[in-house]
Design a protein around this ligand. Structure first.
Ligand SMILES: [Mg+2]
Length: 198
């Protein structure tokens, strides 16, 4: 395994702690468990979509304001900076909520792709677009995320997919290339790869 030239990160549940109670929101908005929120929105009529979007934006904004970084996030990102390993953020969130999280925690990314960019995970397009912008090929990057959309998108893009398990059993079909417990474990592994290279 080679050290990646760039890492693509998911945001919620990966860099930050998950703050939205998605199952409560599903019940409130009547969205079935098998369907993603954005996918459900696409199928709604304009009035319903506007109403649901407003509720969703409210929850996302509140979650961003209360966001907390996961353990090891700052250390990992600064280590990547020191090694010149680029990074992109790939999220299904709004640009506004991402901006709130970045400002709150002083984060910066070389490339940020949000749902306003049009196509979102599990479609591989945002990952491929990030690689283009970072000027790296797909075999030189990793996608790191905590949910099936991250792994499905990585697999479809033929990018090494790293699943953060937090010790959970995997409940989705997509198979990640690697599973690590959390960000400190990911950092540890990257450091090992770095040492092996010398
Ligand atoms: Mg996530």
């Amino acid at each position: 395994m080679l050290l990646p030239r760039a890492i693509l990160f998911d945001l919620d549940g990966t860099l930050t702690r998950e703050r939205i109670d998605w199952s409560a929101l599903r019940s409130e908005l009547n969205i079935p468990a098998h369907q993603g929120f954005l996918e459900a929105l696409e199928k709604m009529d304009p009035d319903q979509r506007a109403r649901v979007q407003q509720i969703l934006h409210h929850h996302e904004h509140q979650a961003a304001l209360r966001s907390e970084l996961n353990d090891g996030c700052k250390e990992l990102l600064s280590w990547l900076d020191d090694r010149g390993i680029a990074r992109a953020l790939i999220t299904r969130n709004t640009r506004a909520s991402v901006r709130t999280v970045f400002d709150l925690h002083g984060l910066h990314f070389d490339v940020t792709i949000t749902r306003e960019d049009g196509v979102y995970k599990p479609d591989p397009t945002p990952l491929l677009r990030a690689c283009q912008k970072l000027k790296v090929s797909t075999d030189q990057v990793w996608m790191v995320g905590d949910w099936k959309y991250d792994i499905e998108a990585a697999n479809a893009a033929r990018i090494t997919g790293i699943w953060l398990s937090y010790g959970r059993e995997r409940t989705f079909e997509a198979v990640p290339d690697h599973t690590v417990k959390d960000l400190p474990a990911l950092w540890q592994w990257l450091k090992q790869l770095c040492e092996q290279r010398v």
